[in-house]
Ligand binder design. Sequence first.
Ligand SMILES: Nc1ncnc2c1ncn2[C@@H]1O[C@H](COP(=O)(O)OP(=O)(O)OP(=O)(O)O)[C@@H](O)[C@H]1O
Ligand SMILES: [Mg+2]
Length: 171
Amino acid sequence: MEAPHSPAPDGATATARLTLHSPDQTQELGRTLAKLLRPGDLVMLTGELGAGKTTLTRGLGEGLGVRGAVTSPTFVIARVHPSLVGGPALVHVDAYRLGGGLDEMEDLDLDVSLPDSVVVVEWGEGKVEDLTEDRLHVVIHRVVGSTDDERRMVTLTGHGARWAGVDLALG
Ligand SMILES: Nc1ncnc2c1ncn2[C@@H]1O[C@H](COP(=O)(O)OP(=O)(O)OP(=O)(O)O)[C@@H](O)[C@H]1O
Ligand SMILES: [Mg+2]
């Protein structure tokens, strides 16, 4: 994993870029990132279908030491994985099937679970930003034109006071 620093864009407090070369590396990034996370943290995952958002979340779950396999839920929109080690639960949300409606999102009561949990949301753009001003935004994308099917570019951006000064270059 290479992790060059780059200047933070407007409104963001910290950013780092990484190249991942396999699903295992993506999962490992999740395990590493988990060490930075604490109750009340919101992680937003952006990337096209099959980018690796759930794979990364699996690593987050391992790193946090939570119960249950992290999978792509077919019918469930949010799944709670309680901690096995006395830490925060992982709330894994896949908002893909949710319409734009904030009402459906509100039904999940994420504001209630957030203070004691790490909330990770796939497809949450435009739906979860109101939960908290602080969030870690992870953007995963395939490299256009790459012949390597497993290559992914990842950008980590911390927004808000929570992430100010946090070193996201996880080299
Ligand atoms: N570097 C990589 N990181 C993550 N997944 C990879 C990588 N290279 C190949 N893959 C494959 O891409 C797929 C990623 O699936 P995953 O469910 O994690 O994606 P997703 O972003 O959650 O998709 P969806 O939007 O459908 O929820 C897996 O089949 C995985 O094996
Ligand atoms: Mg997924």
